[in-house]
Design a protein around this ligand. Structure first.
Ligand code: PMP
Length: 328
């Protein structure tokens, strides 16, 4: 559980910076009634030794966000570069010195009744201090949910659409009330899709296996990072293929990946231990590599990171003013 956000946190809303307590939407806002928003989640990790905060692949997150907004025909009138600049500025204004979660949200903002959308769109970016999302130090107990993952032809799972997270909320709430730490959702054909807010990987017979992107999963940026680290650094074969539910019961290792959860080992599934019920070597190796890569300890992956506290990025200020941001 995370603490409530500080009401004086500086956020980006309505084209300017302002305190969180002033950033308010009306009760008739379209997205509030119909779920017509698209959000993102970006992490920044603090490295004490370097006194530095590193944003993890912000450009890719903003590119994904804008693409996903296109699915709902929401216009975000700023480029990924401009959005990165706003995010860096937000971090500096809040003088964060610890791990941070960034939540961009674009939404249909007309205040009226009626489900069909029009062209009134808004966006906001909130950055807040954020610790562990799941307490996974000893490994998680995951449960296969009776809720099925939403289908692409109903609500695209890849799109991070606000309304789609009712599916995640139902599964996650159900899992927790049944004594599990997190839910695993199957798709309509009964194969493993992903966790409620994270992708899933399994180690079986020396290979790292994850469902392909057309199985109604989110195209995770952590998923992509893990596949690269596994192949390049650990020399493991990575396979994207459907996973049967019962394979979860006979696999060697299992873990979730995501911006909020990081790399979260699963040591029990549906009351059965994963192998001997301890965190496996591949999972530990990937956890370590991911930790090092996101804190700027691995030169080869420095291009994933945007450091927050360095001399201003060239043209940074110009980009910020382009999207009308001011001191608010
Ligand atoms: N699946 C779902 C349903 C999610 O909400 C998330 C979090 N964005 C993920 C997977 C992981 O994606 P990423 O690694 O890009 O955070």
């Amino acid at each position: 559980m995370q603490a409530d956000a500080d009401p004086n946190l500086v956020v980006y809303f309505d084209g300017k910076l302002m305190p969180l307590h002033e950033a308010r939407v009306g009760i008739l806002t379209h997205a509030l009634h119909y779920g017509t928003g698209v959000f993102e989640g970006i992490r920044a990790h603090w490295d004490e030794a370097q006194q530095q905060l590193f944003l993890m692949r912000p450009h890719e997150h903003y590119e994904r966000w804008k693409q996903n907004c296109g699915i709902l025909r929401i216009e975000v009138p700023a480029s990924p570069e401009e959005l990165c600049a706003i995010t860096v500025e937000l971090m500096r204004r809040n003088v964060f010195r610890g791990n941070v979660y960034v939540r961009p949200l674009a939404y249909k903002s007309a205040e009226r009744i009626g489900v069909s959308t029009d062209d009134q769109d808004s966006f906001a970016i909130v950055a807040l201090p954020f610790g562990d999302y799941l307490h996974a130090d000893k490994g998680l107990h995951a449960g296969v949910s009776s809720w099925r993952r939403i289908e692409d032809n109903a609500i695209p799972a890849r799109a991070k659409i606000c309304g789609a997270y009712v599916n995640s909320a139902l599964a996650s709430d159900d899992a927790r009330r049944s004594g599990f730490d997190e839910a695993i959702l199957l798709n309509e054909s009964g194969q493993v899709a992903e966790g409620a807010t994270c992708n899933i990987f399994m180690v079986r017979k020396g290979k790292l296996i994850t469902p392909p992107v057309h199985e109604n999963v989110l195209e995770g940026i952590t998923r992509d990072a893990v596949m690269e680290l596994a192949r390049r650094e650990l020399g493991i074969e990575v396979v994207e293929r459907p996973i049967d539910r019962s394979e979860l019961y006979v696999c060697d290792e299992l873990f979730f990946t995501g911006t909020a959860v990081g790399i979260a080992p699963i040591v029990r599934v549906d009351h059965r231990p994963v192998k001997d019920g301890t965190i496996g070597a591949v999972t530990r190796g990937i956890q370590q590599m991911y930790f090092d890569a996101t804190r700027g300890h691995l030169q080869a992956y420095r291009n994933w990171l945007t450091p927050v506290y360095q001399s201003r990025m060239k043209h940074d200020q110009d980009l910020v003013s382009l999207v009308g941001m001011n001191a608010g």
